[in-house]
Design a protein around this ligand. Structure first.
Ligand SMILES: C[S@@+](CC[C@H](N)C(=O)[O-])C[C@H]1O[C@@H](n2cnc3c(N)ncnc32)[C@H](O)[C@@H]1O
Length: 214
């Protein structure tokens, strides 16, 4: 029998309705909290790509970006409904169901930080996703991408088959190279220990250069 592949929207629309969304939050939270300690407070605009049930954008909106605005996207309308419910009381959060690859922010909006946990490997062209994110950063803005599905984490290699969902497997150095080629500087890469992935969560971060003063 031929295998039936599902896209990310189909998978996560289902996961939003059963208990997988809470399981994801539990297994991702430790890495996300370690990464968030590296993000400075700001009164600017924050974007999270692939918000899932909204636990991380909620954290940002009441902590570092409590004086700023937080934008969140997810391709799954059911996940967006979960995240909207969770952040309903927060006036500085704006959440949308959208595919990041085709999404554009409101005019005149540039982000001081763009964050994403466990989403970029669902893109067939990860480099294009990174380039697009960098184009949406303001000068001195930070891009931070976390993934558990990467070459050095052998335990993750079976995930596309296990989930019947296409994923793009990159090496750690490919993330670094793509950050550099997109013009980011002050590159940092680390493995965050979450107690679940023996290899750790791969976190890659970089900063857009400040505008040249003429
Ligand atoms: C593994 S989940 C991680 C969710 C959340 N970041 C967390 O830490 O639990 C990946 C999320 O990315 C979303 N996603 C996948 N492709 C996307 C795309 N092209 N644009 C926006 N969201 C996407 C999925 O719907 C899903 O909610």
């Amino acid at each position: 029998m031929t295998k039936k592949w599902r896209n990310a929207r189909e998978v996560f629309d289902g996961w939003a309705l059963d208990h997988h969304a809470e399981g994801m939050e539990k297994s991702h939270r430790r890495s996300v909290e370690q990464a968030f300690r590296l993000i400075p407070p700001s009164d600017g605009d924050y974007l999270e790509i692939g918000i899932g049930n909204g636990y991380a954008i909620h954290h940002m909106a009441v902590n570092q970006y409590r004086r700023g605005r937080c934008f969140g996207l997810d391709i799954s309308p059911n996940m967006v409904a979960r995240a909207a419910e969770r952040t309903r009381s927060l006036a500085n959060v704006r959440i949308e169901a959208a595919d990041f690859r085709h999404w554009m922010p409101p005019p005149e909006t540039a982000f001081t930080c763009i964050f994403s946990m466990e989403t970029f490997y669902y893109f067939e062209d990860i480099a294009a996703g990174i380039e697009k994110a960098v184009s949406l950063l303001c000068p001195s803005g930070i891009l931070m991408i976390l993934v558990n599905h990467y070459h050095e984490n052998e335990a993750s290699h079976s995930w596309p088959e296990d989930l019947s969902t296409p994923m793009t497997l990159w090496k750690a150095e490919q993330y670094l190279e793509a950050f550099e080629e997109s013009g980011l500087r002050d590159l940092r890469q680390m493995r965050l220990q979450d107690g679940e992935q023996a290899a750790g969560t791969l976190c890659t971060a970089g900063t857009k250069p400040p505008e040249a003063v003429s």
